[in-house]
Design a protein around this ligand. Structure first.
Ligand code: FES
Length: 524
């Protein structure tokens, strides 16, 4: 318990809890939906894909309703490192070998066009969001990993991206090799997207917050049911990170990953450029302008949701790595986020599934949501408006690329199936809930029911069912974020059981502790 207690002690974590993007932008206060509404397009989800799609549609004269469960641009999009780049690790070598040149070109062109589109919108609308063009690098520090970067530089050039291979970068530490792509960009994602949302709400659309979509009926017209009323629409965009409307086995075709970010003040000038280390441990870097002191964002410690031990320890390891690479004066902010990677490495964007011609989705951005999310919003707007999209094919949700998918499809579903198996074992042992310190939690078995019991900072207990309502896996405690995380498909819940991350749309069942006979409880 002593080690667990140290891991759960959030006072010992580096920096202030919360995204720097949220700390440096206005918070929104859009009203909730109140009753029924009919529009041309209902967009479920107020992140970068949903807001971009809504903006494009409103600009084209459509009436649009954005339906956000909580507050817009506060989820994954509010917790990004905000790199606007087409250089996504070593994606192009993978695309050329597993998809083919035409699809690889579409992926590259869609992402490059996304950066240009963001810049054009910022210029046209006069949005003050710190947009700057800069170079992006994928680098490695191990000499035996340089071959894959030489291959990536060659693959990118074959697709007309002006990539170069180099063995030196502006980073203050040595790299073994790097791919460099110039003319990429960085910006403040919330300042940009809140301006777009404001345009949507003011120019023919509606933005509704605190409005949870609960069901989608793909009829004619479509209908979106929410906890605040129903919206009828000719077309529906599902841009909810993980699609809440999943009739096509997406939960089996994407795996959830968490990653960690620190905003760090330096005693020296930050390097220019955006950096991603393409070997374990992953370590990303980008400057963070906007204050008098030099700052960078560092990211890493990626792991499958609900697996991999103490998440608090991951923040500490990331801080140690930052200090080993930079002159760190202090750690200002820390936050974590979650993204889904598709089994073939390409997002799903387009018509949801056969027979649902007017329901569209965007998901599986694999950690590259700034450009992939922008591209997705534009592709979906084009589809709905009946405009030809030159990049749509590679992103089709109905594709089945056996070569590119097979290995990770098997691994992902073996992981999830393994978790179901683990969940059905019942190694009960005596448990004393007094041993659960504030910030900690335990899963206990009470008369055959798995119950997650956590303690908040004031020492109060919170008890919820430990069985995920999505498909019945057992949730695991996340000690840094104080959440219950499902290792099967990435649903997350707060200590009182409320959904934080889909695919689950129902909360965990809550228990009042006096109802539980805790003396009968055994640790699971
Ligand atoms: Fe699928 Fe929990 S997210 S079972």
């Amino acid at each position: 318990m002593a080690d667990d207690r140290a891991a759960g002690d959030r006072t010992a974590l580096p920096g202030e809890d919360g995204s720097v993007w949220l700390a440096t932008s206005e918070r929104t206060d859009y009203a909730a939906l109140d009753g029924g509404l009919t529009v041309d397009v209902a967009v479920i989800g107020g992140g970068i894909a949903g807001v971009t799609a809504a903006f494009e549609l409103v600009e084209a004269g459509q009436s649009v309703a954005v339906l956000e469960r909580d507050r817009i641009v506060e989820g994954v999009t509010g917790h990004t490192t905000a790199k606007l780049t087409s250089l996504h690790g070593t994606v192009y070598d993978h695309l050329l070998s597993e998809f083919g040149e035409r699809e690889a070109r579409q992926y590259a062109a869609a992402n490059e066009a996304a950066i240009d589109a963001v810049e054009s919108t910022i210029d046209e609308r006069g949005i003050d969001c710190g947009f700057e063009r800069t170079s992006a690098y994928t680098y490695v520090e191990s000499a035996d990993a340089t071959g894959k970067l030489r291959d990536e530089a060659r693959a990118a050039r074959r697709l007309d991206l002006p990539a170069t291979y180099t063995d030196s970068t502006p980073l203050p530490f040595e790299v073994a090799g790097a791919v460099c792509l110039d003319d990429q960009a960085q910006f403040h994602p919330r300042k940009y997207l809140l301006a777009l949302a404001s345009a949507v709400d003011g120019e023919g659309g509606h933005v509704f917050e605190r409005t949870r979509a609960t069901a989608v009926d793909a009829g004619t017209p479509c209908r979106v049911d929410t906890d605040r009323g129903s919206v009828r629409a000719a077309d529906v965009v599902v841009a909810t990170h993980f699609p809440i409307y999943d009739h096509a086995f997406f939960y089996g075709r994407m795996s959830p990953k968490r990653s960690y970010v620190l905003a760090v003040e330096l005693d020296s000038e930050p390097p220019e450029g955006l950096y991603y280390r393409a070997e374990e441990p992953y370590f990303s870097v980008r400057p963070l302008p906007g204050s008098d002191s030099p700052r960078v964002l560092v990211g890493g410690e990626n792991h499958r949701t609900g697996r991999g031990g103490s998440t608090a320890e991951r923040y500490r390891r990331l801080a140690r790595r930052a200090r080993s690479r930079f002159d760190v004066a202090s750690v200002e902010h820390r936050w974590s986020t979650q993204d889904f990677a598709s089994v073939d490495g390409v997002p799903f964007v387009g018509e949801h599934s056969p027979g649902t011609d007017h329901v569209y989705l965007a998901t599986g951005f694999g950690g590259w949501g700034m450009t992939n999310g922008t591209a997705a919003g534009r592709i979906l707007a084009d589809r709905i408006l009946g405009r030809e999209s030159p990049w749509a094919e590679v992103f089709r949700p109905t594709r089945l690329n056996v070569g590119a998918s097979a290995r990770s499809l098997i691994e992902h579903n073996a992981d999830a199936a393994g978790q179901f198996l683990v969940d059905r074992l019942d190694p009960s042992a005596a448990v004393d809930l007094d041993e659960v310190d504030p910030g900690e939690a335990a899963v206990v078995n009470v008369r055959g029911e798995s119950v997650g019991v956590s303690r908040d900072a004031d020492g109060a207990y919170h008890a919820v069912s430990a069985v995920c309502p999505h498909m019945g896996c057992h949730v695991e405690w996340n000690d840094a974020e104080r959440s219950w995380d499902c290792p099967c498909h990435g649903s997350r819940f707060d200590p009182e059981g409320r959904v934080l991350d889909t695919p689950a749309v129902e909360d965990l069942e809550r228990y009042d502790l006096p109802e539980l006979t805790l003396t009968d409880a055994g640790r699971e």
